[in-house]
Ligand binder design. Structure first.
Ligand SMILES: [Zn+2]
Length: 378
């Protein structure tokens, strides 16, 4: 198959993306329009002169220094363009449109309600409640779903304090029930990302861990699916400050800890490759890994991406996994790119790619009745 044929084959595949952060996937063109029309200065005080300039401040052309470089200035700069709930609506609708152009049929969108509310608060006198943010995203995505012909689901990301906050979690569960009762109006809240186990805050003492695990059980019993980030990058917290270690994936310990919380899917999980018994456990417990090849390169996790990326090893182990976009704007990538990279740089075959797509369809948190209309394509 020549390159053009490969491109069009990849493009035409029906895709299911289980790991897409709204905050890292906002349209750069819309963001620039808002920033330039409102003469906004970026949070790190840079002042872009034109779109190319702006693009350089919100995205990574080659590679970030490390994961925290990736998640720092670029996210802040990009998200300063969300100045009100109307902007949020426009960004959501556009994301669904762009995904549909790459033949994404199932799209799970993750977001931090508090982070988005905080960004809007920088531009308005009254801070929108996180509930308004969730409701706005759900309504906007649902409208775009029917316009552009895909099925979506929303994943609420929890910050370090959120998982400890019983009132907050109870409100999320209420919204989950309310949205589930009106599926033609609202895109469902189908899951919770309980955080990043490579980071410091999920290293609680035993008593706190038992409490947090119980919180997860309550969420799960209320019909919410639980996932997390783990085993992505080595984060050091010496001197109380988090620093990321470039050229190194996270620890197997963070994945073992995540498993104690009952997660059924893990974002990245790359560190598992270092531990055969952990890979066996992931296989036996049917834990699904969300693999984001372009992101893994851009965050500089490997000194040699092609030689060290564990995708091939995971496939040989028979692990359930799928390819996901993560933060396409910051990465300057499209949905097709992750598939292309998996083939060209990591050596997967088209048949193996098709298997990852079937796995994504099987393991999405999007409810059956919503995803069913695409069953024939998967
Ligand atoms: Zn992620």
């Amino acid at each position: 198959m020549d390159y053009n044929e490969l491109l069009s084959t990849i493009h035409s595949l029906p895709k299911a993306d289980l790991h897409c952060h709204l905050e890292g996937s906002l349209s750069p063109e819309i963001a620039w329009r808002i920033v330039s029309e409102n003469k906004l200065s970026l949070p790190d005080n840079q002042v872009p002169d034109n779109f190319e300039d702006f693009l350089g401040m919100i995205s990574i052309e080659n590679q970030a220094r490390d994961l925290l470089d990736f998640t720092g200035a670029y996210f802040r700069n990009l998200n300063c363009a969300v100045t009100c709930l109307d902007d949020l609506r426009e960004f959501c609708s556009d994301l669904i449109f762009r995904a549909s152009v790459d033949n994404v049929r199932l799209l799970e969108i993750s977001f931090f309600p508090g982070y988005i509310a905080g960004n809007i608060a920088r531009h308005t006198s009254s801070k929108p409640l996180y509930e308004e943010v969730i409701r706005t995203i759900s309504l906007a995505v649902c409208e775009a779903e029917s316009e552009y012909g895909l099925a979506a689901g929303l994943i609420v990301c929890l910050g370090s304090r959120d998982l400890r906050n019983k009132n907050y979690l109870a409100r999320i569960v209420d919204l989950h029930k309310e949205f589930a009762a009106s599926p033609t109006l609202f895109t469902p809240l189908c899951g919770i990302d309980i955080g990043d186990f490579d980071m410091d805050f999920l290293h609680p003492d035993q008593e706190t861990e038992a409490f947090l695990i119980e919180q997860c059980r309550v969420l799960h019993n209320s019909g919410m699916n639980i996932k997390c980030h783990a085993g992505e990058a080595m984060i050091s917290t010496e001197n109380g400050e988090e620093t990321a270690v470039a050229g190194s994936v996270g620890t197997t310990e963070s994945i073992y800890r995540a498993l104690r919380f009952g997660v059924s899917r893990i974002g990245h999980g790359l560190a598992a490759v270092q531990d055969q018994s952990l890979m066996l456990r992931l296989y036996n417990e049917k834990v699904h890994l969300e693999i984001c090849p372009v992101s893994n390169y851009k965050t500089n996790l490997f000194s040699s991406f092609e030689r060290q990326h564990p995708l091939r090893a995971f496939i040989e182990q028979g692990l359930s996994l799928s390819l996901c976009s993560d933060d396409s704007t910051i990465q300057r990538s499209t949905w097709d790119d992750d598939y292309l990279w998996a083939i060209i740089r990591l050596g997967l075959t088209i048949d193996e790619i098709r298997k990852t797509i079937t796995s994504a369809y099987a393991r999405t948190f999007i409810p059956e009745e919503r995803k069913n209309r695409f069953r024939g394509e998967f």
